[in-house]
Structure formats: structure tokens, C-alpha cells
Ligand binder design. Structure first.
Ligand SMILES: [Zn+2]
Ligand SMILES: [Zn+2]
Length: 65
């Protein structure tokens, strides 16, 4: 699993995501919703949970991993 460093394709801002509970760098992952669409998420490697990928410039930020 790679680091979840997200980059905006429009303005090139990047962010590092870390778990609020343990401070670990979140791992990049994706989930499939009920309607079949895939959503990029970041999850804690220690199982503290996962969040949807951040957005910038009204677009989903992409993970370089
Ligand atoms: Zn942006
Ligand atoms: Zn954690």
C-alpha cells in the first residue's frame, strides 16, 4: 500500500492524509458503491476508518499511487 498523497489536477495542490486517531498515513483504496461506481477513499492501516478522497477545484483529487 502506498501513501495517500492526493494531488489536484487543476491547481497541483497536494495534501497528505493522516489518521486523526493514530497519526498514521492513510492508505489509498477504493470502494464500490451500490450503484456500481467506484469511489476513491483513504483508509487507516490500523483500521480506524476511511474517508472519501478530498476535492479541490470542484474535482476529486487524484492519488499518485
Ligand atoms: Zn485545485
Ligand atoms: Zn488510525
Amino acid at each position: 500500500m502506498g501513501k495517500a498523497t492526493y494531488t489536484c489536477g487543476v491547481c497541483e495542490m497536494s495534501v497528505n492524509m493522516t489518521c486523526a486517531k493514530c497519526g498514521a498515513e492513510l492508505a489509498h483504496d477504493s470502494i464500490t458503491k451500490d450503484d456500481g461506481t467506484k469511489v476513491a477513499v483513504s483508509k487507516c492501516p490500523q483500521g480506524h476508518g476511511k474517508i472519501k478522497s478530498p476535492m479541490c477545484c470542484a474535482r476529486d483529487m487524484t492519488c499518485s499511487v
